[in-house]
Design a protein around this ligand. Structure first.
Ligand SMILES: NC(=O)c1ccc[n+]([C@@H]2O[C@H](COP(=O)([O-])OP(=O)(O)OC[C@H]3O[C@@H](n4cnc5c(N)ncnc54)[C@H](O)[C@@H]3O)[C@@H](O)[C@H]2O)c1
Length: 261
């Protein structure tokens, strides 16, 4: 199938595109939802936190549809995707941003701890892509963007389950890129470094000296700061529109130089 004509859309880089975004009530998913709506997309926001989701969608306005679901639950995802497709009359793209992190030494990790992370971070994108696939195929020139993590490229201590889930997500994205290219569906992965969101705040605050940890983390990055959710959202925007119609199966580190240094 031929790709779309580059630069075809005139008003807003995502005009007329219908995108499902998971983890949309907070952090990177919320920043992506806001940016996509500004760029003319219709969006279906999925999150398990019903109250935060309703508030986030209301703040964005009529372009946003709230579809509450736990991405780890296949049935809930199936219902949310059908709700999204009905509300937007189809689906042109998916952004898998829902995720959980867990800081825990491997020596203390139970099977249940491991499974809790894999269920959301890896089963979740599987459920979403699987349910959305018929709609993405029908749309043609569709996109999938998965949010993995720099931790999958350069693991740190106490994150075996998280690193494995995100490493699996990178491989899943590449495998899907191969299988879905014949349908005109592009699949790419973004690996954020440390981004200032509630997730990272919770993680840093769990250390005895959060300020010292923050300074140490700054030092490890070429740009000596954390990223902002909008900076990740702009990378996802690039991958979700026709300007990069020749990009698929790629893995983009957006991390202030954190993984190459
Ligand atoms: N913040 C970082 O530094 C960072 C770095 C690398 C990767 N990431 C990844 O980026 C993504 C977004 O993270 P964030 O920092 O914005 O986190 P966040 O905690 O601010 O937001 C995550 C959102 O996902 C939702 N969510 C969690 N589990 C869910 C489930 N089972 N079903 C549906 N929704 C669920 C939460 O309710 C929340 O709204 C995650 O996949 C995370 O692993 C974040």
């Amino acid at each position: 199938m031929a790709g779309p004509e580059p630069g075809k859309r005139q008003d807003g880089r995502l005009r007329e595109r219908r995108i499902v975004i998971t983890g949309a009530a907070s952090g990177i998913g919320l920043a992506t939802s806001r940016l996509f709506a500004l760029e003319g997309a219709r969006i279906a926001m999925i999150d398990r936190d019903a109250a935060a989701l309703a508030e986030a969608a209301a703040g964005i306005g009529p372009a946003a549809h709230a579809c509450q679901a736990d991405v780890g639950d296949e049935e809930q995802v199936g219902r949310a995707i059908e709700q999204a497709a009905a509300a937007m009359s189809g689906i042109d793209g998916v952004v898998n941003a829902a995720g959980v992190s867990r800081r825990q030494p491997f020596t203390e990790m139970s099977k249940a701890d491991w499974s809790q992370v894999l269920r959301v971070n890896l089963d979740g994108p599987f459920h979403v892509c699987s349910a959305a696939l018929p709609h993405l195929r029908a749309a043609g020139a569709a996109t999938v963007v998965n949010i993995a993590s720099g931790v999958a490229l350069r693991p740190i201590a106490d994150c075996a389950a998280y690193a494995a889930s995100k490493g699996g997500l990178i491989a899943f994205g590449k495998a899907l890129a191969v299988e879905l290219a014949p349908y005109g569906i592009r699949v790419n992965t973004v690996c954020p470094g440390i981004v200032e969101t509630p997730m990272i705040r919770r993680s840093i605050d769990s250390y005895a000296d959060p300020e010292a940890v923050t300074q140490k983390l700054f030092e490890r990055r070429l740009l000596k700061r954390f990223g902002q959710p909008q900076e990740i959202a702009h990378a996802v925007l690039f991958l979700s529109n026709d300007e990069c119609a020749y990009v698929t199966g790629s893995v983009f580190a957006i991390d202030g130089g954190g993984t190459m240094h």
